[in-house]
Write a protein that binds this ligand. Sequence first.
Ligand code: NDP
Ligand code: 8X3
Length: 252
Amino acid sequence: MGNIALITGATSGIGEGCARRFAQGGYDVIITGRNRNKLELLAGELKAHGVRVFNLVFDVRNRAECEQAIAGLPTDWADVDVLINNAGLALGLEPEYEGAYEDWETMIDTNVKGLLYMTRLVVPGMVRRNKGHIINIGSVAGDAAYAGGNVYCATKAAVKAITDGLRIDLAHTSVRVTNIKPGLVETNFSNTRFHGDKERAATVYKGIKPLTGEDIADVAFYVTSAPAHVQIAEVLVLATHQGSGSVIHRNT
Ligand code: NDP
Ligand code: 8X3
């Protein structure tokens, strides 16, 4: 039996990239998400790498569903070696004083509480076995707020604090903790942020070659492949023509 990686939000973008990268790297993968059909399609593809694949359909915002999903893992899937807390989203880009309550709640419930639920459920097993790696997908948005980013940026700042806190709490173990903070990655992210307005989403990546989900997956795989005594605590990954979260050089 190989090492096991569990990836939340594996139906798209960075999570899908991670599922592919870890399967290519010989990991058995637990792919999770809300879209059963997409997970089944992806599972078929990943099995071609000769690894085992297990699908879990649940919403990370729902604590009972998270608990059921993890408690229901068969024994030969229960010892998760790598947890990638990736499921997340931004909704809206309105000034904070005009933001939608529902968007705020969805972002906080997914990006912060969902990540915490999964951590609370999976990490105790890692501690017992004194083995494991948690990768949280934060963001450059967690380092500094930008116009309209307000609550999304706050959730990613929370991911930073939660990741740092976990690393401190696990320092007596061999379990490693990494915060990967991507910049501009072309995925379904902006389409979701703008509630399905594809034209507006496309403007985010105009005049710059953005990162891809695969680029971030390569970094995730790399940090888990480092020697056991090396803990890569944080990685900020920007597109080359991006100077910071809000400074983007566009060739237009
Ligand atoms: P995508 O929209 O392509 O993927 C997001 C994934 O998260 C999807 O699989 C989505 O599934 C899943 N997801 C969302 N909400 C839930 C939920 N409640 N329960 C389970 N799964 C859920 O975007 P990205 O790949 O870009 O985003 C992945 C992570 O990367 C996020 O945490 C995002 O904040 C972060 N990030 C993205 C950046 C970017 O520029 N793209 C930059 C920095 C960080 P579904 O299809 O069911 O919604
Ligand atoms: C996603 C990157 O800068 O669009 O977290 O918020 S950004």
